[in-house]
Design a protein around this ligand. Structure first.
Ligand code: PEP
Ligand code: MN
Length: 336
């Protein structure tokens, strides 16, 4: 249910409505808007009677939300959300460029790549200290040491850093070092991790599962938001299909589909989305043309030596060209 307050409702009236929601055993989620405040109600198992609220001072109307996802839906919040990550926006006019290696492998590797992507115009640096790998024998990431390298690189480059948490324990560590936490495709429906992310101090970069529908992706985001963390941005990273010309099939049609029903920003990861270096540039440009709020690109100065995802990593000089072209496409669509 969504309770829409009158334009001239006072702060006290908003508080009284929130209190009434709590008294009924539900949870209030105030959503300040440009013109008026609305309050989302969650925690109810069946429908709530609008009459419970419609008589209260300051209340304009109480509306049932028809979608299965509530707080992430446009019904509840019509305006696009802009999420601040380390003081920079994700969502809105500017197309966010996130770049870095798949994994933090060493101090030298990380500093080399970070300096190059910063110089090329990336807005955020991303690298994994905890890697969810298909094989238990593959490189699992440097863990805490990787996070410490990331923190030093943030200081050096000034770029906010994003890194993946694979479980509740690593989420606690990531909170101490990064500006945003990534939840990867394999964990998109790890509900205990999603709930923990909902209580995290950081914005959450939530990637689409390998075979997740749009509704499943938004329900995963709803898990995080319903716990009180409203700072979530989504990422399309390709889904499993029969195609064998690429590692995954990048589903760009999900961008306008998400935009139609949700206020959350959605980015595109053409690196995992295709798995092949030569497809990263064209798919980055296409993503921005399709309305993506940003891209996430894997970059490595020595892809043949990379400890993970080498075949999809692009070289720093190719990344610089990519950023130029992506910014040009953004300008064509009245964005930055
Ligand atoms: C990654 O971003 O490096 C990663 C492992 O991605 P995904 O979870 O989308 O496979
Ligand atoms: Mn990767």
């Amino acid at each position: 249910m969504l309770i829409v307050m009158k334009v001239d409702a006072t702060a006290d009236q908003v508080r009284d409505v929130e209190e009434r929601i709590r008294t009924l055993g539900f949870r209030p989620h105030p959503i300040p808007g440009a013109e008026r405040t609305a309050i989302g109600v969650t925690g109810n198992v069946g429908p709530v009677d609008p009459a419970e609220f419609e008589g209260l001072p300051g209340v304009k109307e109480a509306i049932r939300v028809t979608r299965p996802y509530k707080l992430v839906s446009r019904e509840v919040k019509p305006a696009d959300s802009i999420i601040e990550v380390g003081g920079r926006p994700i969502g809105g006019r500017r197309v966010a460029v996130i770049a870095g290696p798949c994994a933090i492998e060493s101090e030298t590797q990380t500093r080399t790549i970070a300096a190059a992507v910063a110089e090329a115009g990336a807005d955020f640096f991303r690298g994994g200290a905890f890697k969810p790998r298909t094989s238990p024998y593959s490189f699992q990431g440097l863990g805490l040491e990787g996070l410490q390298i990331l923190a030093r690189v943030r200081k050096e480059t000034g770029l906010p850093v994003i890194t993946e948490a694979v479980d509740e324990e690593s989420m606690a560590m990531v909170e101490d070092y990064a500006d945003a936490a990534q939840i990867g495709a394999r964990n998109m429906q790890n509900f205990s991790l999603l709930k923990r992310a909902g209580r995290a101090r950081l914005p959450i970069f939530l990637k689409r599962g390998l075979s997740a529908t749009l509704e499943e992706l938004l329900m995963a985001a709803e898990y995080i938001v319903s716990e009180g963390n409203y700072r979530v941005f989504l990422c399309e990273r390709g889904v499993r299909t029969f195609a064998d010309h690429s590692r995954n099939t990048l589903d760009l049609a999900i961008i306008p589909s998400v935009k139609a029903v949700s206020h959350l920003p959605i980015l595109v990861d053409p690196s995992h989305g295709t798995g092949r270096r030569d497809k990263v540039h064209p798919m980055s440009c296409a993503a921005v043309a399709a309305g993506a709020d940003g891209i996430m690109v894997e970059v490595h100065h020595e892809p043949h030596r990379a400890l993970s995802d080498g075949p999809q990593a692009i070289l720093p000089e190719d990344f610089a060209r990519l950023v130029r072209h992506v910014r040009a496409v953004a300008a064509l669509f009245d964005r930055e």
